[in-house]
Design a protein around this ligand. Structure first.
Ligand code: SF4
Length: 234
């Protein structure tokens, strides 16, 4: 591929070895965790829903007050929508976001006694919760190995040669297949290493935010430059 601002790439290199990428990013971002502040599954779920089309930093600037005033599903389910809208207005679409998280809290209260279920289908049945949000909560809170595909994970997966798709489910399918091949020794180093997909997802996000930027990837300082098929050729 040709990345913005570059004239040539190492496209003849083939896909970057997924085990090597995970290993290098693991050393670059030790202890990678979600950048959304939270103290429990409820807060993580609400913060993840709020993070759509805005930044984690902006969400983190508002959630302390949000969770101070409405600390659990029961409280948020009965919240005054205008008050929640006013609090969320700095994120943009305050009314839409308020209705979304109040509806989510009502769904949790109605269907799960206010608790966040560790169940993909049950989570996706809740208002405002899709596959990616459910993966984030089940992966980072409940400890499952899941590749939640957001814009960073999708972009890096394409640049690393792991997929040619922009469809999140197809990206996930392609990357998980590569990881499984690597784990069984039919690809990459031929080893039997197991990759935690949740950790890989968090590492790719951090790398996408800090180095492999959408418009101006910093290939010159990237720890993957010698194995990435999209690394800029000087
Ligand atoms: S920043 Fe790194 S991962 Fe992104 S395109 Fe450049 S070399 Fe590849």
């Amino acid at each position: 591929m040709t990345t913005p601002g570059t004239t040539a790439t190492h496209g003849d290199r083939g896909p970057a070895d997924v085990i090597e990428v995970d290993d290098r990013l693991g050393r670059t971002y030790p202890g990678a965790r979600t950048e959304l502040d939270h103290r429990d599954a409820f807060e993580l779920l609400v913060a993840t829903v709020l993070s759509a089309q805005t930044t984690d930093v902006r969400v983190n600037s508002l959630t302390p007050e949000l969770f101070s005033r409405w600390p659990d599903a029961a409280a948020l389910a009965g919240a005054d929508e205008e008050q929640v809208t006013a609090l969320l207005r700095p994120l943009g679409m305050g009314g839409t976001r308020a209705a979304r998280i109040i509806g989510l809290a009502q769904g949790l209260l109605r269907d799960h006694s206010g608790q966040v279920p560790d169940d993909q289908e049950a989570l996706e049945a809740l208002p405002g919760v899709g596959r990616k949000t459910a993966y984030v909560v089940r992966g980072t809170w409940f400890g499952h190995s899941l590749l939640a595909v957001d814009t960073h994970v999708a972009r890096l997966s394409r640049r690393l040669g792991w997929t040619g798709s922009k469809d999140p489910v197809k990206v996930e399918t392609d990357v998980v297949a590569l990881v499984e091949q690597a784990a069984t020794g039919s690809h990459g180093k031929g080893g039997s290493e197991e990759i935690d997909l949740t950790a890989l997802h968090l590492r790719l996000i951090l790398h996408g935010r800090r180095v492999c930027l959408a418009r101006a990837p910093q290939c010159g300082t990237c720890v993957l430059a010698d194995i990435c098929p999209s690394a800029e050729v000087a």
